[in-house]
Design a protein around this ligand. Structure first.
Ligand code: DX5
Ligand code: ZN
Length: 227
C-alpha cells in the first residue's frame, strides 16, 4: 500500500485548528487528532466536541488516536461523529474485540495502538478485527519527544505478522517521526507516518509533509518487506 501521511495537530495552534488543518490539506492523507484524558496519559488535549467542529471545517479524513481510559465507553462516538479512523489503546480496552467491531459498525476504520513496552505478538489474532496497527515510537502523551529506536525490532515483527495475515492492515508509527527517523521506520515496515512537530514546527508545514512523504517512499522502495 502507498505511503500515508498523517500530520498531528498536537503541535498545531489549538486556537486556529481550521487554518492549521488547511495548511496541510491537499498534501496530507489524514489529519491525526490526539485525544488525551489526563488519565491514561499525563496530558489533556481535546475531545469529541472539538472533533465534531473540526469535521465541519476540513475535508481531510480525521485519524483519531484516543489516548484515554475506558475507550469502550467513549470511542464509538468518534466513529459515529464521522472520524475516518478511530484508534484505541490495547492497554486501555477492556473488551477489544467488541470495541473494534463497534467502531467498524459505526462506519470508521478500527485501529489498535500499543505503547513502546507492549509486545505485539499477543495481538496477532486481532489482525482480522483491525484496519490499522499503531506502534507508538515514544511514550504517549506529548509531542516533540525523541524517537525510540528500541521499537524498530517490534516494527519488523509487526510487519511480518501483517504480511502473514495477508489482509490489508496499515502499520502506523507515531512519535518522533522526522527527516532523521522516517526512513528507519519505512525500512522496518511502517506505511503510515504520523508527524507532529516535524510538520507544524516547520516554516512550511505542507512542504514538510511532501518531503517526509518522498523520504518514506524512497525508503519503502528499497525495503525488503515491500517486494
Ligand atoms: C504523542 C502523540 C503524537 C504526537 C507526535 O503521544 O500520540 O501523535 O503528536 O508528536 P511528534 O511527531 O512531535 O513526536
Ligand atoms: Zn498520536
Amino acid at each position: 500500500m502507498a505511503v500515508q501521511m498523517a500530520p498531528s495537530i498536537l503541535s498545531a495552534d489549538f486556537a486556529r485548528l481550521a487554518d492549521e488543518a488547511g495548511a496541510v490539506s491537499g498534501v496530507a492523507d489524514w489529519l491525526h487528532v490526539d485525544v488525551m484524558d489526563n488519565h491514561f496519559v499525563p496530558n489533556l488535549t481535546i475531545g469529541l466536541p472539538v472533533v465534531e467542529s473540526l469535521l465541519k471545517h476540513t475535508s481531510l479524513p480525521l485519524d483519531c488516536h484516543l489516548m484515554i481510559s475506558d475507550p469502550d465507553r467513549w470511542a464509538p462516538a468518534y466513529a459515529e461523529a464521522g472520524a475516518r479512523n478511530v484508534t484505541v489503546h490495547a492497554e486501555a480496552a477492556r473488551q477489544p474485540v467488541r470495541l473494534l467491531r463497534m467502531i467498524r459498525s459505526a462506519g470508521a476504520r478500527a485501529g489498535l495502538a500499543i505503547n513502546p513496552a507492549t509486545p505485539v505478538e499477543p495481538y496477532a489474532d486481532l489482525l482480522p478485527e483491525i484496519d490499522m496497527l499503531l506502534l507508538m515510537t515514544v511514550e504517549p502523551g506529548f509531542g516533540g519527544q525523541p524517537f525510540l529506536d528500541m521499537v524498530l525490532p517490534k516494527l519488523h515483527r509487526a510487519r511480518e505478522l501483517v504480511t502473514r495475515h495477508g489482509g490489508s492492515v496499515w502499520l502506523q508509527v507515531d512519535g518522533g517521526v522526522s527527516a532523521e527517523t522516517i526512513e528507519r521506520c519505512a525500512e522496518a515496515g511502517a506505511d503510515v507516518f504520523v508527524a507532529g512537530s516535524a510538520v507544524y514546527n516547520a516554516d512550511d508545514p505542507a512542504s514538510a509533509v511532501q518531503s517526509l512523504r518522498a523520504q518514506a517512499g524512497r525508503a519503502t522502495a528499497r525495503a525488503s518487506w515491500a517486494h
